[in-house]
Design a protein around this ligand. Structure first.
Ligand SMILES: [Ca+2]
Ligand SMILES: [Ca+2]
Ligand SMILES: [Ca+2]
Ligand SMILES: [Ca+2]
Length: 280
C-alpha cells in the first residue's frame, strides 16, 4: 500500500477535524416550536402554556455575550445612564413560542428596571427606539440571505399597556417587495401586556400574543403552506431597551439582525410535555 506522506496525512486529518467542527457549527439543531393542544387565553399570564412552548432559559447580556452570534457590543448591548442597576437587573427575559392550526403564540416574561416607550423622533415604525420585543420569522426557511424580503416577517410589540395603533407592528417582505412597514392588522393579532406582574419593578412585564398565520405569513411568500409538523422556519428575537436614552440597549438573540441567513433554523414539532422533575 502506498503510504500517504506525513504532511499530506496531517493536512487531511486537520481538514477533517475542521470540517467536522464547521459542519457542527453551521448546522445547529433547529429550535423546536411545539404545537399546543389547548389554545391559550391571551390575558398576560403564560402559565397555562409556558411549559408546553419553546423556551430556552433566561437571557441576559452575559449569556448573549457568550453566544456565537454576539457582535462585540456594537448593537447587541445595554446602556448605562448613571443610575442603572447591574446588567442582569437592567434586562433579563424568558421568551416562549408555540403554534397550532391557526395561530403562532409568542410570550415573554421580562425583568426590566425602567419602562420607556417615549421616542423624541417618534414614528410608528420606530419600535426599536422604545421598549419592545420583536420576533423575526422566516417562513418557510430558505437558503437565500435576504433582509425583510419574501417570507421574512418581524412581529414587534411595543411595551406600552395603552396599546397605541403602532403597538403591534409588522415589518415584512412580499414577492418583489422589502421592508413593508404597517401595524399588524387588528384581525390578525391579539395581545396582552401585564406590567409589574411580580410586584418587583414597574419596568417588569409579561407579554402574551397570538398571530393569525394565514393573515400574516400566508401573505408573505407563495411557498407558505398552513402549518404542519416538520415545517422549517427561521427565528431571531430582538429585544430593545432604551431606558430613557435614544437608540439604547438591544439584546439580539439567535441571529445578528435583519439578515435572515443569520436567523436560527426552527422546526414545527408536535406537542411537548413539560420538563420532568424527579421525585428524588
Ligand atoms: Ca394566558
Ligand atoms: Ca432596562
Ligand atoms: Ca432567506
Ligand atoms: Ca426598559
Amino acid at each position: 500500500m502506498r503510504r500517504l506522506p506525513f504532511l499530506a496525512f496531517t493536512a487531511l486529518a486537520t481538514g477533517l477535524v475542521l470540517w467536522g467542527a464547521q459542519s457542527a457549527s453551521q448546522a445547529p439543531s433547529p429550535l423546536p416550536l411545539p404545537r399546543l393542544l389547548k389554545p391559550p387565553v391571551i390575558d398576560g399570564d403564560l402559565r397555562e402554556w409556558r411549559e408546553h412552548a419553546w423556551h430556552d432559559g433566561v437571557w441576559d447580556l452575559a449569556r448573549v455575550r457568550a453566544a456565537p452570534w454576539y457582535d462585540g457590543g456594537r448593537i447587541n448591548r445595554l446602556t448605562d445612564h448613571g443610575s442603572e442597576p447591574a446588567a442582569d437587573e437592567d434586562l433579563s427575559a424568558r421568551y416562549y413560542a408555540a403554534w397550532d392550526d391557526r395561530y403562532l403564540y409568542l410570550g415573554a416574561e421580562v425583568r426590566d428596571n425602567v419602562n420607556d416607550t417615549t421616542d423624541p423622533q417618534h414614528a410608528p415604525k420606530r419600535w426599536y427606539y422604545k421598549d419592545a420585543i420583536a420576533w423575526f420569522i422566516e417562513a418557510p426557511r430558505d437558503d437565500v440571505a435576504e433582509k425583510f424580503a419574501e417570507g421574512d416577517h418581524a412581529f414587534c410589540f411595543v411595551i406600552d399597556p395603552t396599546k397605541p395603533d403602532y403597538g403591534a407592528w409588522w415589518r415584512h417582505g412580499a414577492p418583489g417587495q422589502t421592508y413593508l412597514e404597517e401595524p399588524l392588522p387588528k384581525a390578525a393579532v391579539t395581545y396582552a401586556i401585564k406590567m409589574n406582574p411580580w410586584g418587583r419593578s414597574a419596568g417588569d412585564f409579561i407579554l402574551e400574543a397570538r398571530i393569525d398565520l394565514a393573515a400574516t405569513l400566508g401573505r408573505g411568500n407563495p411557498a407558505w403552506t398552513p402549518p404542519k409538523v416538520g415545517n422549517r422556519y427561521s427565528l431571531c428575537i430582538v429585544h430593545t431597551d432604551p431606558d430613557g436614552g435614544d437608540y439604547g440597549g438591544h439584546l439580539i438573540i439567535h441571529g445578528t439582525g435583519d439578515d435572515d441567513s443569520t436567523w436560527a433554523p426552527a422546526v414545527l414539532t408536535g406537542p411537548q410535555a413539560p420538563i420532568e422533575r424527579k421525585a428524588k
